[in-house]
Design a protein around this ligand. Structure first.
Ligand code: GRG
Length: 305
């Protein structure tokens, strides 16, 4: 019953597109500029590293660009106070917008670095509908390419010369690592706790979105209060994004996901749909305790969803 909410979401997003209110279209031009900028930012000296680093920045495998879209829309919403005759229009506003675009680029680069490392950790062979980088070039090159992207993101971050913003996004990297470690090293008690799930999900997914939203607000010269609201908006959006991602892992197909479905449960990762189902069917707990190494248990758990 809880899974029914995805239908509402699909239905709503379809009608948004139908009404030409697709948020991606509002920043479509800027997303093209961002795509080119990212390709320039990942040029590397050594040929092997160059082809690895550019792998997920090539046309057609760029992903949804969800984070840059949110950040550019957030910038549009927050830049209106710039004391120039044309809001969002004069030279100060242009300079500000360029700095916020930089946050969008850095955020996407950190995100892609985390995907490269994630696919190594999960031994995943597909990502964004193509073979994963670790599958094509091996784990070692994939780890190094992720490190390289992180380094390029750091240099771009430093160029903003704003220590608070540097500190926010550097902390995100720690959060990504923390969330991933929490996911890898759970006790059964933790795996069955919604509180633990939400904390892990904040670190793994929402922290990047919330802290980058806050960075966009700070660059706009907004008050600490508004910056906190931007953070909260990003945190809630990030948690919602991961909840939907978790549901899609059960309901999606390889074609729609660009990777195999049921990958969480097959890796023994207990996500929100299972936790919700467990509230209704406490007998699911025994299956979780036993683990999902045995495919029989995966099928048993699916029956409760
Ligand atoms: C090296 C920065 C760094 C981190 C290492 C591996 C790791 C620690 C963290 C992994 C974090 C991770 C992969 C979280 C999942 C986030 C998530 C929902 C990814 C999918 O995002 P989409 O759907 O992907 O936006 P696309 O492909 O559309 O960009």
């Amino acid at each position: 019953a809880r899974l029914g909410f995805t239908h509402q979401i699909h239905h709503q997003s379809t009608s948004l597109v139908e009404e030409q209110l697709d948020p991606f279209s509002l920043v479509a031009d800027e997303l093209l500029v961002l795509a080119n900028k990212l390709r320039q930012m990942v040029v590397a000296e050594v040929p092997k590293l160059a082809s690895a680093a550019e792998y997920f920045f090539k046309i057609g495998v760029e992903g949804k660009r969800f984070r840059p879209t949110v950040l550019l829309l957030m910038a549009t919403a927050l830049n209106v106070h710039i004391p120039e005759p044309i809001p969002n229009g004069g030279p100060m506003a242009t300079e500000l917008r360029a700095r916020q675009q930089r946050i969008a680029e850095i955020t996407e680069m950190i995100h892609v670095a985390s995907l490269l490392h994630d696919d190594v950790l999960d031994d995943a062979d597909t990502r964004r509908g193509i073979k994963s980088l670790n599958f094509v070039m091996g784990n070692k090159v994939s780890v190094l390419a992720g490190d390289f992207l992180l380094s390029r993101a750091c240099v771009a971050l430093a160029s903003l010369r704003n220590t608070e913003v540097v500190s926010l996004l550097a902390t995100v990297v720690e959060h990504l690592v923390t969330g991933e470690t929490m996911q890898m090293t759970t006790t059964t008690e933790q795996r069955c706790s919604m509180e633990y799930y939400l904390q892990k999900t904040y670190y793994k997914t929402a922290s990047l979105i919330s802290n980058s939203c806050k960075a966009v607000a700070l660059l706009a010269g907004q008050t600490a209060e508004v910056a906190t609201l931007a953070f909260e908006y990003g945190r809630n959006l990030g948690l919602a994004f991961q909840l939907i991602d978790d549901v899609l892992d059960f309901t999606g197909t390889s074609a729609s996901l660009g990777k195999g479905s049921l990958s969480d449960i097959r890796h023994g990762i207990v996500t929100a749909p299972i936790l919700f189902a467990m509230e209704e069917f406490p007998q699911l707990r025994a299956i979780i305790d036993e683990g999902f190494e045995d495919p029989k248990n995966v099928n048993l758990a699916l029956e409760y969803l």
